[in-house]
Design a protein around this ligand. Structure first.
Ligand code: ZN
Length: 676
């Protein structure tokens, strides 16, 4: 539901509900290669770069936990083909032809045409299909059709003429998902969720007839099937289950999930895994809900996972889930930090600058975990979310809760791989760069922790005031995200955090202040086209927070705007006064929320958070061109290698970090291809 993804950015901005904006990082432990010698980025092509991530803390896991993570990872990769087929009906044929050519073609493997072919192949591997993973458009080969014919014939690959026609005809199946209002979105989308001639109206009618009025715990209709037209002309679901559509891949998933259940860390986790197995066997959406309830209640395991047909963004009607799998382990260091903050949630509330009547007497910190990914597949690879909040069913979230995670090691890899070019371009001086390099990751992590754990949990409404959705309307979201950011910013310069041992000194807070202002006033403008206003809620709040403190602190030169050699910089001169201003604004935003003051909320956002200075915007776009980082990134997965004794018993599981993107794609094609 609230999946944070990184896209179109030169470096990551966290976009979870916890829309904080750090470049956070996990802590390296003894079993990871030192960050400065590990090669983070390994490939770059088209608009994409390929990065690696490490798995800190792996060697601290017990053998049982390692086996669990290994089995779950095998279960993840076993479903890889599903995502390819879901994305487009010919994707698996195309992929197998590419694999064959790359492995078998004995002709000239250099030159412009071969290079163009390899870029095309990599784009397809990266996107799990022939359409761009984010932009949705079909990839355009930059080589002639005759060249592909040559490669296919010479390598003995099998690619029907009908499919080659499609690859080279821009008009056919041009978009994976089309949300064009002037077209029928189902007919206009190439995604393989609906039979060829089925239109959106028919689909809506089919599901409207299924809904039960007054059902407070509805299943996710349509989540795990393809909708096709039967011989009788009527629509029917072909369910993705063992023995059904995608049966061979799901049977393989089940095989590994059963092994995982055998080494589960606790009974609750075992129960969840067994329910997932039952769901894949039966296709029952009721069992899927039962699984999600059990999974949400498994909160003590170190190893956790996401596995299923989860996010529905790839269906133009938002019903069918793309296959996704993530295996993760709790990050012990970051989790410890979260716990310290959570334990002290009441202290933070008592010491916040809110008006006394807006403070909670009994604040309960929200549970939020930093985890490290061990393996990802399907919808989560190579392009990955950096934060996930599941399950998606509203009634399960309300009745049973949800799990929120940040993928710490993925965020660290983004952070480490982007280098310092953006800092060098936009920081005021060397001291600011040094502070960002030294403390930026920790500062970002702490911002996220405070925003999520304390920020959203803090404050209360005045008696009789309705909730913010009713009172603040379209401004509710940006005001809430800004409020949580302000809680984080206010405490990031509090010696209490040093006392709690979660940060070494206040330089961490200064690094976050620098970064917040730099981003809110300038950097984030890179994501807008010239002439655009700020619309997205998190971007708005970063701007209204920054612009407000800039204006209010002007007379004391708290944050100073300077222009040097035609380049604009925002430089924090007085961190204590800036903290006071964040506190004042926090108090005011809480008042707006607590009293439901629409007018004040409207004015704050509209006056400070929406308008863009066109000259500064143009300048930022120009300066951002110097930062040579591809806009999209994705990952090579670590390889888990079981070590066995003479009896075939697993005695250890090692982590390897492959560095060849195509090599990994070919390896997966050989080991995890279960669909025709
Ligand atoms: Zn948030």
């Amino acid at each position: 539901m609230q999946k944070a993804a990184i896209a179109l950015l030169l470096f990551p901005l966290l976009m979870a509900c916890g829309g904080s904006d750090p470049a956070p990082g996990a802590n390296a432990t003894a079993d990871t290669v030192a960050a400065d010698t590990f090669q983070w980025e390994v490939d770059q092509f088209a608009d994409v770069r390929v990065i690696r991530y490490q798995v800190p803390g792996w060697e601290q896991l017990s053998l049982q936990q390692k086996k669990l993570a290994y089995y779950l990872t095998m279960a993840s990769l076993s479903g890889r083909d599903i995502m390819w087929d879901q994305n487009y009906r010919h994707n698996l044929k195309v992929r197998r032809a590419l694999e064959k050519i790359i492995k078998e073609y004995k002709g000239e493997r250099t030159g412009a045409e071969w290079d163009a072919f390899m870029v095309y192949a990599k784009e397809i591997f990266f996107a799990n299909g022939i359409h761009h993973h984010y932009g949705q458009q079909k990839f355009t080969p930059a080589f002639p059709r005759s060249y592909l014919d040559t490669l296919v014939t010479a390598s003995g690959a099998d690619l029907p003429k009908e499919v080659v026609d499609i690859l080279f005809d821009p008009a056919i199946d041009a978009k994976r998902v089309s949300l064009d209002k002037d077209k029928d979105v189902v007919l206009a989308s190439a995604v393989n969720f609906y039979g060829d001639d089925i239109n959106a109206k028919e689909v809506e009618a089919f599901y409207a007839a299924m809904e039960v009025k007054g059902d407070t715990t509805p299943v996710s209709y349509g989540l795990n099937s393809k909708l096709v037209r039967g011989k009788d002309g009527k629509l029917a679901e072909e369910t993705w289950k063992v023995g059904g559509l995608y049966g061979p891949a799901l049977a393989e998933c089940v095989k590994w999930l059963e092994k995982a259940a055998g080494v589960a860390e606790n009974e609750q986790q075992r129960k969840a895994i067994n329910l997932l197995v039952e769901y894949y066997r039966t296709g029952s959406l009721k069992t899927w809900d039962d699984f999600n309830v059990a999974w949400v209640q498994d909160t003590t395991g170190t190893v956790d996972f996401i596995h299923g047909f989860v996010e529905v963004y790839n269906d133009p009607l938002g019903k069918r889930g793309s296959f996704e799998a993530i295996v993760e382990v709790t990050d012990p260091v970051a989790t410890k930090r979260m716990e310290e903050i959570q334990k002290n949630a009441q202290w933070f509330e008592d010491h916040s600058p809110l008006m006394p009547e807006h403070k909670k007497k009994n604040v309960v910190g929200i549970t939020y975990r930093f985890i490290n990914a061990v393996g990802e597949a399907g919808d989560a690879a190579p392009s990955t979310p950096i934060g996930v909040n599941l399950p998606n069913a509203d009634w399960i979230r309300k009745d049973h809760g949800s799990k929120s995670i940040s993928l710490g090691n993925i965020i660290e890899a983004y952070d480490k791989s982007t280098g310092q070019s953006s800092l060098q371009e936009f920081c005021y001086d060397q001291a600011e760069i040094d502070r960002a390099v030294k403390y930026g990751s920790l500062a970002g992590n702490l911002h996220t922790a405070l925003h999520e754990v304390v920020g959203h949990a803090s404050g209360q409404l005045e008696p009789g005031v309705a909730g913010p959705d009713a009172t603040l309307k379209t401004y509710a979201s940006t005001l809430e995200e800004g409020r949580a950011d302000l809680v984080a910013l206010y405490f990031l310069m509090d010696p209490k955090l040093v006392e709690l041992g979660v940060m070494p000194n206040l330089e961490v807070g200064k690094a976050e202040y620098d970064s917040y202002i730099r981003n809110g006033m300038m950097l984030q403008l890179r994501r807008l086209k010239l002439g655009d206003q700020v619309e997205e809620a998190h971007m708005r709040n970063r701007q209204w927070v920054s612009a407000w403190v800039l204006e209010k602190g002007a007379k004391d030169s708290v944050v100073v705007k300077t222009v040097r050699d035609g380049k604009t910089f925002f430089h924090v001169r007085d961190y204590s006064k800036l903290r006071e201003l964040f506190g004042q604004l926090l108090k005011e935003v809480q008042r707006i929320k607590s009293q439901g003051d629409y007018k004040a909320g409207h004015d704050l956002v509209e006056n400070y958070g929406v308008m863009v200075d066109p000259a500064l915007h143009a300048e930022v776009l120009k300066r951002a061109e110097h930062i040579k980082t591809a806009p999209y990134a994705g990952f090579i997965q670590p390889r888990l290698v079981p070590i066995t004794d003479a009896n075939g018993e697993i005695t250890d599981v090692k982590v390897e970090y492959p560095d060849d993107f195509i090599g990994q794609m070919l390896e997966y094609g050989e080991k995890f291809s279960f669909l025709p």
